[in-house]
Design a protein around this ligand. Sequence first.
Ligand code: PMT
Length: 406
Amino acid sequence: MPTSFAGKRIVIGITGSIAAFKVAGWVSTLAKEEARVTVIMTDSAMRFVTPLTFASLSGEKVYSDMFADGPDISHINLAMDADLFIIAPATAHTIAKLAHGLADNLLCATALATRAKMIVCPAMNSRMYSHPATQANIAKLKELNYQIIEPACGMMACKDEGQGRLPGWEQVQEIFLRSVSAGDLSGQRVLVSAGPTREHIDPARFISNRSSGKMGYALARTAYRRGADVTLISGPTHLPCPEGVKRVSVQTAEDMRTAVMEHFPQATVIIKAAAVSDFRPETKYTDKVKKEQAGLSLGLIANPDILQELGERKNAQQLLVGFAAESSDFLSEGKRKLQKKNLDLIAVNDITREDRGFEADTNQITLIDHQGVIELPLVSKERTADLLLDRIVTLLQTRRESHYLQ
Ligand code: PMT
């Protein structure tokens, strides 16, 4: 099931901070992604941005007055209806009220009445933020199960430098998506490997391959959205670390092996999308090899097969998934690697075409496991990741059910 905002009822509470204007962008994006966005504003918030702005962007009525709707108790209706409740920007004053359960305006009353997941995004002057009273109130909110998104550092509207800025949409969107997802990977510790490895010849040169890391990063990002704790072991790529994911950066196949082996014992699902170099130069020169001194041949030795080693070591609770980059004999090669490396699932990738495999934004993979073969469509790498994770969820479920029947 792809995780998206479509059809989700998201209540956004806006309080009196200059950062309120940034949330207009969030509301606009959420509405474009087909979320049903309800905005509640405090009186001070309306001094910074008008309700009309949010009504125009969300296409929905904006609420602010607890008594405006007469006997229709809007705060209870809004509270009951929410899939996710976000307060952004949250001022020190509203945070203090929430921490003490005060309900003297529509926003705080609705926050008390809701049972939806609550996310609070503080934004204020850095000295107000670091004040022990604010910090104590934030600690109290965490105890009450509110999720806090820490403010970013930088220059604030008052020209002070420090921590207090509302983070951008890029930082918060993955956290929001995780909150509205089905959470079908929650409790799973997913270890993903991605990208190429570099096998150094000398300080200037290396052997590598065309992997961009896009497929592995899409898997890490979507697994996080679906509730997993994700560690990403990444070879050199230009991609930013997906929000919420712990990244370990490596260069060579041997570095990758060390990092994977360190994280493997804690992992419940291991997905090896990395294109590990099968060979490395026999000699690594410490000084750059001069043109005149180089011979015409480069001696190579085999790198460890990390996946093979994981297949030998895995326990009955761990689900091991490999990829196979192939240019012919797709099914027979996939089946051979599934057996040889003792995998639970393998994703076979055609690397001869431009719209799939290495570097492309789209992919088409064939899944082979011990139940059969599933041909997936040509779609974005993110959608491919979701479809592969769907299969992993099914296999985990089947495993749980057969465990209960024994
Ligand atoms: O990164 P992108 O540009 O998005 O491209 C994605 C991809 C094509 C790299 C990816 O979808 C993919 O197919 N990854 C596997 C590439 C590969 O190394 O395939 P292989 O058939 O050589 O290896 C089979 C499996 O063994 C892989 O899971 C690989 O991670 C693992 N392996 C291979 C060699 C080795 N020494 N150690 C390993 O663990």
